[in-house]
Design a protein around this ligand. Structure first.
Ligand SMILES: N[C@@H](CC(=O)c1ccccc1NC=O)C(=O)O
Length: 294
């Protein structure tokens, strides 16, 4: 039983317009404030942490990542790769280092990955890019104590696609210890007929092959030892909440996976991730705990 199939275009577009569901501000203001928060947080992180900016992970102009490095003498150094959101058509790595301050402070390396958003990139390209970014990171940072993923919104979709990769076509098989999937979309079919798909131009076939909900058996094969947190905002739209609940249920019914659903109170689609600038925020604490760094 899926509700989205019974919705008209207006209702479907409202469900997939996260900015219309924030109880804090108007739709325009919540997006402006989101971009400002991410930019300011990233500037702060670049000022406080040692950085390696624009490290290539492929040949393409957009295939670059930023590394935020802790000053630590510890041998136990986990690394978290952050995949930004923005409906595969907004944002970039330039405002995606915001969560680095509390993590770097605890001795964690943070990598913010850039990828070619639409219309330059399409869904297949973006998925291929983020997969290759992971391979490049483990080749360059072979001494880390564990590899973790964190993605927000469209970035949570890309993180789930990384977990669902058949690595036999790649030069290495990454062992991902944990993944934080925050307010993500895991079934792309409902957005096909909405404004979200205008720059993406996905066909049904493209949407199906890039839907993590269709790839749960592959995830089980590739990421069976991974701790997965599916986090969703209390004030995400009902359809966004359903995306997380359904994906969580699909993973949970798969034997052997460690999956938890975090329904984060008093958050909306935007501040659920913005608050990762704060070391005391529930999800920051949970991420640190997952990495053994709390
Ligand atoms: N039309 C979308 C726009 C959106 O999701 C968005 C826009 C700018 C930057 C980030 C966004 N979304 C998630 O990160 C909305 O209604 O929120």
């Amino acid at each position: 039983m899926s509700r989205w199939k019974d919705m008209n275009k207006d209702e479907l577009e409202r469900q997939f317009s996260p900015s219309q569901w924030s109880p804090r501000m108007s739709a325009d203001d919540v997006i402006k404030s989101h971009v400002t928060a991410l930019k300011e947080g990233t500037e702060r992180a670049r000022g406080l942490a040692q950085t390696l900016l624009n490290v290539p992970y492929g040949e393409g102009e957009g295939e670059k990542l930023d590394v935020y490095v802790p000053t630590t003498t510890s041998l136990d150094v986990p690394l978290v790769i952050y995949l930004h959101g923005g409906y595969w058509q907004f944002l970039s790595k330039e405002e995606s280092g915001f969560m680095a301050v509390p993590l770097v402070h605890k001795g964690v390396v943070v990598v913010a990955v850039g990828y070619d958003i639409a219309p330059k990139g399409n869904m297949d390209v973006m998925v291929s890019q983020v997969r290759r970014s992971v391979v490049s990171v483990i080749q360059q940072y072979s001494h880390i104590s564990g590899l973790y993923l964190c993605g927000h919104s469209a970035g949570a979709h890309l993180a789930a696609m990384i977990l669902s990769t058949d690595w036999s076509q790649y030069s290495v098989t990454p062992q991902i210890k944990g993944a934080f999937l925050v307010s993500g979309i895991y079934d792309l079919l409902p957005i096909l007929s909405t404004y979200v798909n205008e720059p993406l131009k996905m066909t049904e076939e493209v949407a199906l092959r890039n839907s993590p909900s269709q790839l749960v058996p592959q995830l089980k094969l590739s990421s069976s030892d991974c701790d997965i947190v599916v986090a969703v905002a209390q004030n995400d739209s009902p359809e966004f909440r359903k995306q997380s609940e359904d994906y969580y249920k699909a993973l949970e019914s798969t034997e052997g996976l460690k999956v938890t659903l975090e329904d984060v109170p008093n958050t909306d689609h935007f501040n659920i991730i913005e608050q990762l600038v704060d070391g005391d925020y529930h999800l920051t604490q949970l991420l640190l705990k997952m990495m053994g760094k709390s």
